[in-house]
Design a protein around this ligand. Structure first.
Ligand SMILES: [Zn+2]
Length: 81
C-alpha cells in the first residue's frame, strides 16, 4: 500500500519536475513553428476555451507572447477597448 503510493508519487513527480529538454521534435517545431490548438481555462468564468492555432498566430504577429487569460465571451463582456 505504502510502497504503491510512494511509487505513484515518484512517478508523477518525475513527470512534473522534468526540466525542459528540447527534443528533436521541439527543435523542429521551433525552426518551423507549427501551432496547435490548446485548451485554456478562463480566469473569469472558469470555463475552458480553445485557444486556436490561428489565434496564436495572430497574437505572435501582434507581438503578444502570453496566452489569453479570459475566454472570448468574457473578453467581450469586459469590453476590451
Ligand atoms: Zn470566461
Amino acid at each position: 500500500m505504502r510502497r504503491a503510493l510512494a511509487g505513484g508519487f515518484n512517478a508523477s513527480s518525475t513527470v512534473s519536475s522534468t526540466r525542459y529538454q528540447p527534443t528533436a521534435a521541439t527543435i523542429a517545431s521551433m525552426t518551423a513553428p507549427r501551432l496547435l490548438d490548446v485548451e485554456l481555462r478562463c480566469t473569469w468564468c472558469g470555463d475552458h476555451f480553445v485557444y486556436s492555432a490561428g489565434e496564436q498566430e495572430l497574437r505572435v504577429l501582434r507581438g503578444v507572447a502570453h496566452e489569453p487569460r479570459v475566454c472570448p465571451t468574457c473578453r467581450k463582456r469586459l469590453g476590451r477597448s
